[in-house]
Design a protein around this ligand. Sequence first.
Ligand SMILES: NC(=O)c1ccc[n+]([C@@H]2O[C@H](COP(=O)([O-])OP(=O)(O)OC[C@H]3O[C@@H](n4cnc5c(N)ncnc54)[C@H](OP(=O)(O)O)[C@@H]3O)[C@@H](O)[C@H]2O)c1
Length: 209
Amino acid sequence: MIDSGLKERRPYVILNMAQSINGYISGRDGERVQISSEYDSKRVMELRNSVDAIMIGGNTLRSDNPFLKSDNCRFRIVLKSDGILQMDSNIFKSEGTVIIVNESKETVHGKTIWISGGKPLDLKIVMSKIYSMGIRRILLEGGKKTAMNFLRNRLVDEMYLFIGNIFIEEGGIKMLDNSKRIKEIIVNAEIMDKGILLRLNPEKIGEAL
Ligand SMILES: NC(=O)c1ccc[n+]([C@@H]2O[C@H](COP(=O)([O-])OP(=O)(O)OC[C@H]3O[C@@H](n4cnc5c(N)ncnc54)[C@H](OP(=O)(O)O)[C@@H]3O)[C@@H](O)[C@H]2O)c1
């Protein structure tokens, strides 16, 4: 297992998101839109195969109902506070274990583990508990609220934003709509097939939130 190399006992976190040219990560009313190109989807699959767990927020589970496919990632993690989770969602059809982080419940049901993160959820406690389960690397795949919570708490170590070859009509969710000025945020930019991959500095965004 790859160790995170961090001083804190928490997993190494990679945040990966995709947005349209005009800044949207979803369509109107949170509707899922395919933003990643085929090439980018392969990159995301490689990222998924390099981590112990893939994490999403409750709204992404409800709106996108993703499978979070991977060849060898052992855990899928969902963060929720008081939202409802459909236990027949696609995430539960994966091979691995699903961890549901919630405010108070601690139980195991087959391949589903519920862990409590406090009320309100304290991400530092959550990360420490997840670390103690042997999880050393996490790919965080959004959505916005979850990503912003992690950035605000300085829990993101690496961040990628793919800008796809698409405009999305006004009314959806924007990833970076900060009112504060953030300079020198781009660490690296790469033109890919049908899009641009940005590696961003998570510290800089965290400082501005
Ligand atoms: N383009 C992309 O890269 C991308 C990636 C992922 C998602 N998306 C889009 O993003 C949209 C959803 O984003 P979103 O911002 O509305 O929601 P989200 O981040 O997916 O989920 C937010 C929910 O996660 C739970 N949660 C996360 N952090 C928490 C914390 N610190 N404390 C308590 N609860 C926490 C809560 O769940 P409960 O409500 O269950 O209590 C909260 O309501 C969807 O439209 C999806 O299509 C886009």
